[in-house]
Ligand binder design. Structure first.
Ligand code: SF4
Length: 287
């Protein structure tokens, strides 16, 4: 049906691999005023890092994150995942210190770094290339949509061609790329975005449902009726269309995202993650 992250990691690392979400204390140029102060309209106060450990040094965060998953994990290795905000938005020295600390433990087999395509200057790409020679580094890019019009509406703060150039640079440096795509943005075509990401050379994708969260500008858009929440059937259909764009080698790391339940306004069906995944998997199997 599609290549799952579990299958891929088993091939790559020879065992099951779990992600440990970390917080490097970054902010985002789309929030701190460099690009804008508002942020993307769907972005929560935690910058997408609802499940990340916070407020301590990296070795402590890793231990805390391992404790959180220890009852699920019988054996396996970990990928350290810098998830919140823009994790290449800092000096090379700072990035080097954080990423090196995250890669140091023996049971950490790789590093995933979530960032914006406009926050990848050459010296940062060189650093990632250097670290990639030690353990595999994957860069996760928040594209969300390939439509510049929709990107303007969500206040993404960069043009789609910036993403294309970032993927080119990252691939030229031998790095793996995962692209985040949202299903459910108004007047958007996520299947076209998926095709675009594949054409640009992404190695993997993460699909996210558009969650409407409290205290976001999207919540206001929803209240005044400019944005509708998808039904689970609509999401499943959109997801299937996106998956149909993927050649077999592309890894699907997520078929839906997690919103923090306490902040979720809509769609409420998505709060039950297990039920949602069961529904989506059954829907996709129907073909
Ligand atoms: S780029 Fe990421 S962290 Fe920054 S405002 Fe957008 S979603 Fe939030």
């Amino acid at each position: 049906m599609y290549r799952t992250a579990n299958e891929y990691y088993k091939e790559k690392f020879g065992c099951k691999v779990y992600k440990l979400s970390l917080d490097g204390g970054f902010t985002c140029p789309n929030r701190d005023g460099s690009i804008s102060t508002g942020g993307c309209i769907f972005c929560s106060a935690l910058g997408g890092g609802e499940f990340a450990e916070r407020g301590t040094d990296i070795p402590t965060q890793l231990e805390l994150a391992k404790k959180r998953v220890e009852n699920k994990i019988k054996s396996g290795k970990y990928i350290a995942y810098f998830q919140s905000f823009t994790n290449t938005y800092g000096s090379v020295d700072r990035l080097r210190a954080l990423f090196t600390a995250a890669l140091a433990p023996e049971d950490i087999v790789g590093l995933n770094i979530g960032t914006r395509p406009d926050c990848l200057p050459d010296e940062v790409v060189s650093l990632l290339k250097e670290l990639n020679a030690i353990k595999p580094i994957t860069v996760e890019l928040g594209l969300q949509t390939a439509s510049d019009q929709v990107a303007d509406y969500i206040n993404r703060g960069y043009k789609t061609e910036v993403y294309k150039e970032a993927v080119r640079k990252l691939k030229a440096a031998g790095l793996e790329v995962i692209t985040h795509i949202i299903i459910g943005l108004p007047a958007d075509d996520p299947a076209a975005t998926t095709r675009y990401a594949v054409d640009c050379g992404t190695d993997g994708v993460k699909f996210h449902l558009l969650h409407i969260l409290k205290n976001t500008r999207l919540a206001t858009e929803y209240e005044v009726g400019r944005v509708q929440a998808l039904s689970i059937e609509e999401y499943a259909q959109g997801l299937r269309n996106c998956l149909s764009q993927l050649p077999p080698h592309i890894v699907v790391h997520r078929i839906t995202g997690d919103g923090a339940k306490r902040d979720l306004i809509a769609p409420l069906w998505s709060a039950d993650k297990k039920k949602t995944l069961n529904y989506l998997n059954a829907y996709l199997q129907k073909g």
